[in-house]
Design a protein around this ligand. Structure first.
Ligand SMILES: C[S@@+](CC[C@H](N)C(=O)[O-])C[C@H]1O[C@@H](n2cnc3c(N)ncnc32)[C@H](O)[C@@H]1O
Length: 244
């Protein structure tokens, strides 16, 4: 097990108190809390984890609480299959998989080492509902029309996310994007791209996953019809020649 958490208010007792608060807020089972604590231990122990936030007292908010806040979105609470595109260190994939053992979670990233890290961490956490996929969101034929939710945190501007997500969603499924401060131009482009991809109007809802969090919000976009012809475009095009 990891040594001492550094940073303000350090100590595993403080981390455990914070986990207990989150368990009460989101109705988590004790097994979920234990799994999330293991994730914090793995992050603290592994200097190669692809994040600068490894101190448990910080990571419990910036990774665990932030991931759990996805449960405020009905589509995330109700989903049967979710893919986290650009999962990195497994946020939100691992956090939501721990919170909802009945949810099938795919953790996808273009970087194979990150996917290996996430699947190893899932095993340490005792999760049986996480599949790692090394690939690009816009070039994954096996994932087409398969998901109730496409989740993404800190991956791309909204318009690019909409283009990545639409082909992977079933009709009626939703893109759920963890976003920060409102950017009117990003939102305008996101809405324009959604219109081209048979997706609905983006909906934005503020959230405060931890007490000091500022400017956090979810942007969700529903898939309302079949993926239009010509999508997904060739890998890289969504970023190279953005729509909107
Ligand atoms: C800044 S990290 C965010 C990681 C994690 N979601 C988080 O919030 O901690 C962005 C990740 O997205 C991945 N990524 C970028 N474009 C992608 C694509 N087209 N398909 C899949 N993953 C992608 C990168 O490899 C990177 O790991």
């Amino acid at each position: 097990m990891s040594g001492s958490p550094s940073g303000a208010g350090g100590g595993w007792a403080a981390v455990d108190r914070r986990l207990a608060e989150l368990a009460a807020r989101y109705g988590l089972e004790p097994t979920a809390v234990a799994a999330l604590r293991t994730m914090l231990e793995v992050l603290a122990d592994d200097e190669h984890a692809a994040t600068t936030v490894r101190s448990p007292i910080e990571a419990v908010d910036r990774h665990v609480a932030d991931g759990l806040s996805g449960l405020e979105v009905a589509a995330v609470r109700e989903a049967e299959r979710l893919v986290d595109i650009g999962t990195g260190i497994g946020v939100p994939a691992l956090v939501l998989a721990a919170a909802r053992p009945s949810l099938e979670v795919v953790a996808m990233d273009t970087v194979g080492k990150k996917v290996d890290w996430v699947t190893a961490c899932a095993a340490r956490m005792g999760l049986a509902n996480v599949e790692g996929v090394h690939g690009r969101a816009e070039a994954w034929p096996a994932g087409l029309e398969r998901f109730d939710v496409v989740a993404a945190r800190a991956v791309a501007p909204l318009g690019v996310l909409v283009e990545y997500a639409a082909p992977l969603l079933r009709v009626g499924g939703r893109l759920v994007a963890w976003k920060g401060v409102v950017d009117p131009e990003e939102d305008r482009v996101g809405a324009a791209v959604a219109g081209q991809l048979a997706m609905g109007e983006p909906e934005s809802a503020p959230t405060r996953p931890w007490p000091a969090a500022r400017d956090r919000r979810f942007v969700t976009v529903e898939k309302q019809g079949p993926t239009p012809r010509g999508f997904p475009r060739k890998p890289g095009m969504a970023r190279k020649r953005p729509l909107g």
